[in-house]
Ligand binder design. Structure first.
Ligand code: IPE
Ligand code: IPE
Ligand code: MG
Length: 251
């Protein structure tokens, strides 16, 4: 690394193209304040807006947010209903904003199992923003990596049965084209808040070579400054993809 590059602010040097966030800790944040869990989720929606601004300001083109996992249906009905209400409100509020700021919205997950009203809002937002190229917001909703692989495998098996796909030619690129994330690059950086160190069924194939950053901050308290700290940490990493450090220096 040359001296000039070292003296530049780190984010100018190595900005991840795609950041994916496991937004965790809403419930614990609320509990700490003596508030109901749903209040944590409400405050979490504010952090989503901050993260979207931060992504734009720091030049991150793809932001994927884990908002609801396939496993989250197992929470108390009252909490699930509350989350769906907040999601609906978020989508109504943000439609104009996404249009104005030219942000493309994508949904990753089995969205046909979501409430119909939310499906309609998502479809409309996806359609209205589909031509925007500069920034993409992907919402992982009713998402699970294992479900995603099962859905891909079913489609692949159907294509093989119909004779449009040769099983002998099946490679990772083909499998990749059947994932919900087919039109997005893999995440470079995965952030998890609230001090947990697990993937919880999130982008397990796509994050195969992602850098992982965890912070003890609960999601409702996550600000632009925390986002920046994660990007700075990322900028100092060396991604080797199986090679040696010497090989990379000589490249
Ligand atoms: C993340 O916060 C939001 C969702 C999973 C929907 P949590 O609700 O998981 O918060 P904790 O982990 O219970 O604190
Ligand atoms: C992961 O958080 C899912 C989302 C952030 C939407 P969870 O809180 O559901 O994960 P676990 O259960 O702690 O692994
Ligand atoms: Mg949690």
């Amino acid at each position: 690394m040359s001296e000039t590059l070292e003296t530049l602010p780190s984010t100018d040097r190595k900005v991840p193209q795609h950041v994916a966030i496991i937004m965790d800790g809403n419930g614990r944040w609320a509990r700490k304040q003596g508030l109901p869990r749903i209040e944590g989720h409400r405050r979490g929606a504010e952090s989503v807006k901050r993260a979207l601004n931060a992504a734009r300001d720091f030049g991150v083109r793809y932001l994927t947010l884990y908002a609801f996992s396939v496993e989250n249906w197992n929470r108390p009905k009252e909490e699930v209903d509350g989350l769906m209400k907040l999601l609906e409100r978020f989508l109504v509020d943000q439609h104009k904003e996404l249009m104005k700021r030219k942000i493309r919205l994508r949904v990753v997950g089995r969205y046909r199992e979501l409430p119909v009203r939310i499906q309609e809002l998502l479809q409309r937002a996806e359609a209205d923003t589909s031509d925007f190229k500069d920034q993409t917001l992907a919402l992982a909703l009713n998402y699970g990596s294992r479900t995603e692989v099962v859905d891909a495998m079913q489609a692949i098996a159907r294509a093989a049965q119909a004779g449009t796909l040769d099983p002998e030619k099946l490679d990772y690129e083909t499998l990749r084209s059947y994932l919900y994330t087919k039109d997005m690059p893999d995440p470079d950086l995965v952030i998890r808040t609230s001090g947990e160190y697990r993937l919880s069924n999130f982008l397990m194939l796509q994050a195969a070579y992602a850098e992982i950053y965890t912070t003890s901050v609960f999601w409702p308290e996550f600000t632009e400054a925390h986002f920046k700290a994660a990007l700075d940490d990322y900028a100092a990493r060396e991604r080797r993809y199986g090679k040696t450090a010497e090989q990379l220096q000589n490249a």
